[in-house]
Design a protein around this ligand. Structure first.
Ligand code: AMP
Length: 593
């Protein structure tokens, strides 16, 4: 398959902001792709070479891409850098300078997807001394054979900035249409993706073996499963109503979600976003190796920092410091963590995700030998409000965030990658003011004035609407930043800066800067109010009105969350309704007396 075919589709994708149009373009591309190349085409469309959990990236810094352009064109470094200063995108530099090349290289052949992919693969795997030079040479080799248009996309992929705006969900939709089009097929494809976290694998299996091949995809130790997520409600009555009157009420630990894959004493750890974080937690690896009374398992839990002297749980921020590249052992000693396990998804060849929660719990309890560092999450099984409330207060006292109430019905399977009503978090009372934080995505920014001149004055924040797969604005966030944070904002957001509103963002406001939705921040505000300016839940409570957060303040950035993990529109609508209800209850006058 010629690489040209792929770049022609990239151009079309880049030119549209409509999700439906994107889907059509992808369907067309997938139909043109030979089945054995489907995985490669999908990875490249996402600007990747491997699924993220593999942890291998090309990662050629812009500067090195420029050197490769210079090598391939014979144009001096200084001129290439000058162009970069003007154009600000190594892709555009490559396109421009390759088109000024007098003639194509003497024996150059049209690039194929196979050739591009295998070169990128090599670039990902090179390490050690001289790696950089070899990478540049390999990349310059590709550019030599490329047309200017191809060079533009090659450079963007190599530098990790392809940004076609294609969401994984759009690819899954397009796959379902390209290969048979039923809603049922879409669900089967999504499930397979959620249990493998490898969209290329799914695409290739579907193209080569059809729906049967997808159905036969199994959970595998070593491939992360997308975690199940929780909904939120603010009254226990409602929670029990949703869960049929009885549930497992479990401590909601405030730490890092960790999925542990263990096979014959080899342990792999994955984050909530399926990054491989094994190296950062050698202490957890060590204890997990010893605590499993079986050969193979996949476990789900939360790693929480503990005070080595008192054994008390410490705040989340402390464990975040363990996500580092250097000084790993020192930090493991200084900030010990305990892993609280709450679920088991796989055991010695058996897929447990299809079993009800109580059954999984029983299995977990029989195969784990608890130590100081690996414990089972605390829970009670109850349908009694008073009993659960008491347990909730105990949970708060023990340094957790509250409870997650989980279904114990026969259909309480592990819903990989889904936020559903099987799990409902109950943090604290919402009262009339907002006491619970929300996770918002930065989609734009406003230029700062006065003291903040030269940096951003405020960020435009959004919630996620999964039904529409878009981000809806909810507030301008300008408080809670330290001076250092503020000064660093333009730098933090530089990789995500784009010249126009992102197609997945819904905004009535004109921001001074627009971002690719990527960075999530935890935010607290005073209350949720109606607002004609913001698009969150527009028209749901009242026509021509959305919802906004009043007086929002930054608590912290949440590097562990993806934009799609942000608080949803439905959750904000629910929080607003709860707020109204509490205000009504508190201000209502008893007229019977
Ligand atoms: P949130 O991040 O507020 O949406 O809450 C869901 C997160 O709570 C999960 O992704 C886990 O990281 C964390 N968590 C802590 N304790 C539990 C538990 N017992 N069951 C499930 N998730 C838990």
């Amino acid at each position: 398959m010629f690489f040209k075919t792929l770049t022609e589709h990239f151009e079309k994708l880049e030119a549209t902001t409509s999700r439906l149009a994107m889907m059509d373009i992808l369907v067309h591309l997938f139909r043109e792709t030979p089945p054995n190349l489907m995985d490669k085409v999908v990875y490249l469309t996402l600007g990747e070479v491997y699924p993220p959990y593999v942890g291998l990236e090309i990662g050629l810094a812009d500067k090195l891409v420029l050197r490769a352009i210079s090598l391939a064109t014979g144009i001096q470094d200084s001129r290439v850098e000058q162009e970069y200063k003007t154009l600000g995108d190594s892709g555009l530099v490559a396109e421009k300078l390759l088109s000024t090349r007098r003639k194509a290289a003497l024996f150059s052949q049209p690039l194929t997807v196979e050739k591009v992919y295998s070169t990128f693969e090599k670039m990902c795997r090179i390490s050690g001394e001289g790696a950089q030079d070899t990478k540049i040479k390999l990349f310059a080799g590709l550019l030599t054979d490329a047309t200017p248009k191809e060079a533009k996309y090659l450079s963007r992929i190599a530098s990790g900035r392809l940004r076609l705006g294609v969401a994984e969900m759009t690819i899954l939709d397009a796959l379902a249409i390209a290969y048979g089009g039923s809603r049922e097929l879409r669900d089967i494809i999504e499930r397979a993706y959620n249990i493998t976290s490898d969209i290329g694998l799914i695409a290739k299996a579907l193209a080569e073996g059809g729906v049967d091949a997808i159905k036969s995809i199994r959970i595998t130790v070593g491939r992360p499963i997308k975690p199940q997520l929780a909904e939120r409600l603010s009254s226990l009555n409602e929670i029990l109503g949703k869960l049929n009157g009885k549930c497992i009420a479990e401590y909601k630990y405030d730490g890092l979600r960790i999925q542990a894959h263990i096979s014959d004493g080899t342990v792999l750890l994955f984050s909530r976003r399926q990054e491989n974080i094994t190296k950062q937690f050698p202490d957890i690896v060590e204890v997990l190796r010893k605590c499993l009374k079986a050969r193979e398992a996949i476990l789900d839990g939360e790693a929480v920092p503990v005070d080595p002297n008192t054994g008390e749980l410490l705040p989340f921020q402390v464990v975040a410091q363990r996500r580092r590249k250097y000084d790993i052992d020192r930090y493991a000693e200084e900030i010990p963590v305990t892993l609280f396990l709450f679920d088991i998804l796989y055991l010695d060849g058996i897929d447990l995700t299809v079993k009800p929660y109580l059954e999984r719990k029983k299995v977990l309890e029989t195969v784990i030998e608890e130590t100081d560092r690996v414990k089972l999450a605390q829970y009670i099984i109850s349908g009694n409000i008073e009993e659960i409330e008491n347990f909730f207060h105990k949970a708060i006292q023990d340094g957790t965030e509250g409870l997650i109430c989980k279904s114990i019905l026969p259909d309480s399977i592990y819903e990989a990658g889904k936020r559903g009503w099987q799990w409902i978090k109950w943090k604290r009372s919402y009262r009339s003011e907002m006491v619970d934080t929300v996770d918002l995505v930065a989609v734009g920014a406003f230029a700062g004035r006065g003291k903040r001149a030269g940096t951003y004055g405020a960020l435009l924040m959004a919630v996620y609407n999964p039904e529409k797969d878009r981000f809806e604005t909810i507030c301008k966030l300008g408080s809670g930043f330290t001076d250092e944070d503020l000064a660093r904002l333009p730098e933090i957001f530089k990789p995500y800066l784009i010249s126009h509103k992102h197609p997945r963002v819904e905004s009535n406001m004109e921001a001074d800067y627009w971002f690719i939705p990527a960075i999530v921040a935890e935010v607290i505000g005073d209350e949720i109010t109606l607002s004609p300016m913001h698009t969150c839940g527009f028209g749901i409570i009242r026509p021509k009105s959305g919802l906004a957060i009043r007086f929002p303040r930054l608590i912290r950035f949440r590097e562990d969350k993806r934009p799609e993990d942000a608080t949803t529109t439905a959750e904000i609508v629910e929080m607003y309704r709860m707020q109204l209800k509490t205000i009504e209850e508190e201000t209502s006058i008893d007229t019977t007396s």
